[in-house]
Design a protein around this ligand. Structure first.
Ligand code: SAM
Length: 299
């Protein structure tokens, strides 16, 4: 590793890599940001993914998050996990649809924990958000239970707050999380507008309500996210919109499914294509991408 590792021109150290390993998904959520990527279906070879992750490790990255599309669409996900170096934290964000079949093998292959997207506890609402059959919802609940059983914990439930759709389900979701005795955390997410969502929710009101009920409030270093402990359930709030503190504390570099280093989710004109670069060239490309990083919302 270089003595100083990856530090951008705003002094932000890159310690986290979020890598999309396929653009394919088995759901079609109406608000999806597709990890900021548009267009054609794509995925990298497993060898190239491993080389990118090895490079990140060499340059001081300590956390890797696999995303998609849907990462579990890749049948070689376990092989990729086995081939990468040891990190402090290896996680994946998944819709959980096929997680019950894979939880044990993913854990054995080296995955530490998962985020599972679950916006609602109602199968009908789920079907209308994800534009799928209602039978999918119980499969996701099975996936969450299997992840807990396999030790992919803490499982974080990603709940995107959608105006007029699931706003009233926050308490039910907190009660659901409480059933898992600390193995499941609720992460409520402010929706980002990629031209396909139904308007903003009042996140200030939600946070004030959580704050009034919390026995403890903690601020995480990552993005300065707040965590509330509400009657034994942990609730984390992710608020990226118009949030210069979020950007000032961003330690993440992204990789798109077609192998481009992406300095910011919200910016598309500064991608650095890794093409078929080998390990040495990848290092140079990482530095190039990090030098292009700018806070999207500046203080
Ligand atoms: N398919 C995987 C999943 O469901 O986790 C990985 C990809 S998905 C794009 C990753 C996360 O981004 C999900 O938890 C999803 O809810 C969240 N997400 C998608 N579109 C969003 C948006 N417009 N605003 C906020 N979060 C969003």
């Amino acid at each position: 590793m270089e003595p100083d590792g990856l530090i951008d021109t705003f002094g932000r150290r890159i310690t986290s890599l979020r890598i999309s390993i396929t653009s394919q998904c088995n759901l079609n959520c109406f608000y999806c940001h597709n990890e900021g990527q548009n267009g054609h279906e794509s995925q990298m070879s497993s060898g190239h993914i491993v080389n990118i992750i090895k490079t990140a490790s060499k340059l001081g990255v300590t956390k890797v998050k696999f995303s998609g599309g849907e990462p579990l669409m890749r049948q070689d996900f376990e092989d990729i996990l086995v081939a990468i170096p040891k990190f402090r934290n290896v996680s994946a964000t998944t819709n959980g649809v096929t997680l019950s079949k894979r939880a044990i093998s993913l854990k054995s292959a080296g995955l530490d924990r998962v985020n599972v997207s679950l916006d609602t506890l109602k199968p009908q609402t789920y079907a209308s958000i994800c534009r799928c059959n209602e039978d999918i919802h119980p499969m996701v609940l099975d996936g969450i239970q299997s992840a807990v059983n396999a030790g992919l914990t803490p499982v974080k439930l990603n709940m995107v707050m959608l105006k007029g759709i699931n706003e009233n389900e926050l308490d039910d979701m907190i009660s659901f999380v409480r059933l898992f005795d600390g193995d499941v955390i609720l992460q409520i997410i402010e929706p980002m507008d990629f031209g396909n969502y139904g308007g903003s929710v009042d996140m200030d009101a939600i946070e004030m309500d959580l704050c009034s009920r919390a026995s403890e409030v903690v601020e995480r270093k990552m993005h300065r996210r707040k965590k509330y402990l509400v009657d034994g359930a942990e609730v984390e709030v992710v608020r990226p919109i118009d949030n210069s503190r979020f950007c000032a504390n961003c330690s993440r570099l992204r990789v798109t499914a077609d192998g481009k280093l992406k300095p910011c989710l919200l910016v598309n004109d500064n991608l650095v294509d890794t093409g078929s670069a080998g390990i040495h060239e990848l290092e140079t490309l990482f530095y190039k991408a990090v030098n292009l990083r700018e806070p999207f919302y500046k203080g």
